[in-house]
Design a protein around this ligand. Structure first.
Ligand SMILES: O=C(O)CCC(=O)C(=O)O
Ligand SMILES: [Fe+2]
Length: 330
């Protein structure tokens, strides 16, 4: 269970989490979408869920008090026709974990994909996983169709790549805002508001910041998954801030695991992780005691992306995009 390339803020998980998560990665590796949707131990809001380990509660969501419609329309730059969700979910055993099924309407999801490809990915300040090995031309236009097969050479004599290969499989993440330092395993400790403080895209900031979520977004990782990709169990502990981590899913459905190291009284053993089906438009918040919970992705299901009427729909039909936003500083 290793990733192809190292990635920011991925701290190796100690044995207990790995041991508890491993059977799930194994049993879900070949599960069909249909079986996962009906599996009693995979939570999704539209079916019943019962687990001896987790109690999920439905909470009232007040879309008006957080100015949801206005936020969405500002971000999508168009009128957004949507019925705001009435509920979100909390988990008794994972305090601070919030689950918002289908929060982002299609127009907002589509805009997020467009912004990712056209604005967040191209600049040289936004490092991606390929930059570690290749001299990726900048601005990096994933969909510039001139010469998609032109060779991009590996810096240390490894296999060359091409924009086509990157687009279809190799692009795994891009970082926005404060860029994590690989060597020191830390974010830059700049002072907010001063020159040189990492720039974070304003439109994404305004979409996800207070009062909707308890966060001043300063850094983000956008993860790209193809079917077959997983993300190993880890904690996100690099940020100094204890504020919420906000995670938006777009495109293909995926199984997400999350767990705290705790003893389950009924079985007197470490509790297994909670399994969630994450679908396009869902948002997860990891805050409070769950800010540093172990988590990972066990399965990405092919042919499950909704039609978002995106200019990049063909690509999105083969991808899961996860926008993972954090506050770096206290
Ligand atoms: O893809 C996801 O839902 C989770 C990503 C994640 O855990 C991370 O970027 O640290
Ligand atoms: Fe994470």
């Amino acid at each position: 269970m290793t990733l192809e390339t190292p990635r920011p803020s991925l701290s190796p998980s100690p044995a207990p989490a790995n041991d508890l998560f491993r059977p799930y990665y194994k049993s879900h590796r070949h599960i069909s979408h249909e079986d996962a949707l009906h599996s009693p131990d995979v939570f999704s809001s539209y079916k019943s869920y019962s687990s001896p380990h987790y109690t999920i509660q439905q909470e009232q969501f007040d879309a008006e008090s957080v100015g949801l419609k206005n936020r969405f329309e500002t971000f999508a730059q168009t009128q957004v026709d949507f019925a705001p969700p009435k509920h979100y979910y909390t988990v008794e055993e994972l305090p601070g974990l919030l689950i918002y099924p289908n929060l982002m309407p299609p127009a907002v999801q589509s805009r997020l994909v467009t912004e990712t490809i056209e604005q967040y990915l191209p600049p040289k300040e936004h490092l991606n996983n390929l930059d570690l090995f290749y001299d990726i031309p900048r601005p990096f236009n994933l969909f510039n169709n001139e010469n998609p097969h032109a060779k991009i050479l590996h810096r240390e004599g490894g296999k060359p790549t091409s924009r086509d290969k990157i687009k279809n499989k190799q692009l795994r993440w891009v970082t926005l805002g404060g860029q994590y330092n690989w060597t020191t395993k830390a974010y830059p400790s700049f002072i907010p508001g001063t020159e040189g403080f990492p720039y974070f895209p304003k439109n994404l900031y305004e979409l996800l910041s207070r009062p909707l979520f308890s966060i001043n977004p300063e850094a983000a990782i956008i993860n790209f998954y193809s079917p077959g990709d997983i993300l190993s169990p880890h904690q996100d502990v690099a940020e100094l801030s204890q504020d919420d981590l906000v995670s938006v899913s777009i495109g293909l459905d995926a199984i997400f695991y999350v767990g705290l190291n705790r003893y389950d009284d009924s079985e007197n053993s470490l509790a297994p992780p909670l399994c969630l089906m994450l679908r396009s438009g869902d948002v997860i918040v990891m805050g409070g005691k769950s800010r540093h919970a172990y988590h990972g992705i066990g399965k990405v299901f092919s042919n499950t992306s909704p039609d978002l009427n995106s200019p990049y729909q063909d690509w999105l039909d083969t991808k899961r995009v996860n926008i993972n936003v954090r506050q770096m500083l206290q």
